[in-house]
Design a binder for this molecule. Structure first.
Ligand code: GDP
Ligand code: IMO
Ligand code: MG
Length: 422
């Protein structure tokens, strides 16, 4: 029996998961998403093309690989149909290579309205969600009210109407006057489109494939610092983004987890509200945002930028059992005279290297300053070309994090990826 490998983000999302999944896919037979939904935006660049995937796994462009949307994912039929049809137009035979779990939950038009209404209610303490109905859909799943893909063939319209009625009552109680007439039409068209796909029991599919010697890469969405249990609660998403989410979101037993690739940027970003200890509010933060094009892949929102946070990274490496680290966007720090890394926090005047219960309030990052590298890394194709200062940065991070950095990314393109130790 083969084990699944898992690739996930160790920070607040947008680490570059899409790019690396695309790069690693040729090593695998199957790529599977296990949580999240269209709140994700995974960017892939190759041969001059630029794609942003939301619900569809990032293995979709490598031919012959099977891609799976697992039971832990929440799917919006409208957004899914748009995304899939765009891929069909670009020549991807998506109905042949994508399978969808019957146990995946559906995002209803009213879930989106509830997301917006909840945010409005929170006022200045809003989460800054992506507005895609993620929270309300997972709330219905846990509250045992949700609608699943597999319900499409079972009394679907009545179940839909029931849930919609419930949502209308909730929305009215929140002072909203809901109207979903237009959205609903597109939604049911999306449902008809989904029916054309191979709707499977993905837990059986994945386990049978593993038993027959096939290899599986599980693609995380968001990042561990957005995990509903371990992230900066309540400023998190509503799913388990950590490695354990691959077990519950695909039906993989914990002992069948193999490699865990933890992916992080050479610095750190966050989008939406919530604490971010190493955030920079100065020209350096603006410079990182500008050079790194740190704007949401889907929403276009400005991403908040800061130095790398090793306290948070050690925490998420522990939570996920990371076996290999992948460092992204190294090139963005090219030409910085110095780079900083936060190795401890001062919380209410006390020094800690462990991630505290809360990072809100008086949390000051304690930095180590390292020499920057004055080189253009984007053109580099091998480790041998790395400048000494960059090697020192990598060595410093490996020592502080205790896990080897096996891949370094030096640009958005598929080709701008350097495997170390080769
Ligand atoms: P994901 O959500 O984790 O897949 O990441 P996003 O796609 O939201 O954001 C990552 C952004 O960085 C995308 O615009 C990528 O094209 C880009 N990117 C990925 N790796 C690199 C890199 O090594 N260098 C640079 N400059 N950009 C990168
Ligand atoms: P990928 O997969 C970055 C953030 C939102 C908000 C919080 C909750 O591209 O890395 P939600 O809509 O999930 O209820 O929003 O989580 N968020 C992300 N931030 N990357 C993502 O996905 C995100 N998905 C959600 O900005 O702060
Ligand atoms: Mg993203």
């Amino acid at each position: 029996m083969k084990k699944v490998d898992v690739l996930l983000g160790l920070q607040w999302g947008d680490e570059g998961k899409g790019k690396v999944v695309d790069v690693l896919t040729p090593r695998y037979d199957i790529v599977a998403r296990f949580q999240g939904g269209p709140n994700a935006g995974h960017t892939l660049e190759f041969q001059g093309h630029h794609y942003v995937l939301r619900s569809i796994p990032s293995g979709i462009f490598q031919t012959n690989q099977v891609n799976v949307i697992g039971n832990g994912v929440v799917l919006d039929p409208v957004l899914f149909a748009q995304e899939a049809k765009d891929l069909e137009k670009s020549g991807v035979d998506i109905k042949k290579i994508l399978k969808i779990s019957r146990k995946a939950h559906l995002i209803l038009p009213t879930h989106r309205l509830l997301d917006a209404a909840n945010e409005k209610l929170k006022g200045s303490s809003k989460i800054g969600t992506t507005g895609k109905g993620i929270g309300p859909t997972y709330t219905d799943k846990v509250g045992r009210n949700g609608l699943r893909i597999g319900d499409i063939d079972h009394d679907f319209k009545a179940k839909y109407d029931n849930l919609k009625r419930m949502h209308f009552n909730l929305l009215r109680a929140l002072g909203e006057e809901p109207n979903v007439d237009e959205l609903e039409k597109q939604w049911f068209e999306g449902i008809d489109y989904i029916k054309q796909f191979d709707l499977i029991d993905s837990e059986f599919f994945i386990n049978k494939q593993l038993a027959s010697g096939k290899t599986v890469l599980c693609e995380g969405a968001q990042g561990s610092m957005l995990d509903v249990d371990f992230g900066s609660y309540p400023f998190v998403t509503s799913s388990n983004t950590v490695c354990a989410g691959a077990c519950s979101g695909l039906g993989v037993a914990p002992r069948n987890i193999g490699e865990v690739y933890g992916i992080f940027k050479a610095y750190c970003t966050r989008v939406g509200s919530g604490p971010f200890p190493t955030e920079l509010f100065d020209a350096t933060g603006d410079k990182i945002r500008q050079i790194g094009h740190e704007y949401g892949a889907v929403t276009g929102r400005e991403r908040r930028c800061g130095w790398i946070d090793l306290v948070a990274l050690r925490y998420t490496i522990m939570l996920n059992g990371v076996t290999q680290l992948i460092m992204m966007k190294s090139d963005v720090l090219d030409g910085f005279e110095t780079v900083k890394a936060c190795d401890a926090y001062e919380v209410n005047g006390k020094l800690t290297r462990d991630f505290p219960f809360s990072i809100e309030g008086d949390v000051k990052p304690v930095y180590t300053e390292l020499k920057g590298w004055n080189a253009d890394m984007t053109k580099m194709t091998s480790e041998a070309e790395f400048p000494q200062e960059f090697n020192d940065y990598v060595k410093f991070l490996e020592e502080k994090l205790g896990v080897p950095i096996t891949i370094v990314s030096v640009g958005p393109d598929r080709e701008q990826t350097i495997v170390r130790g080769k």
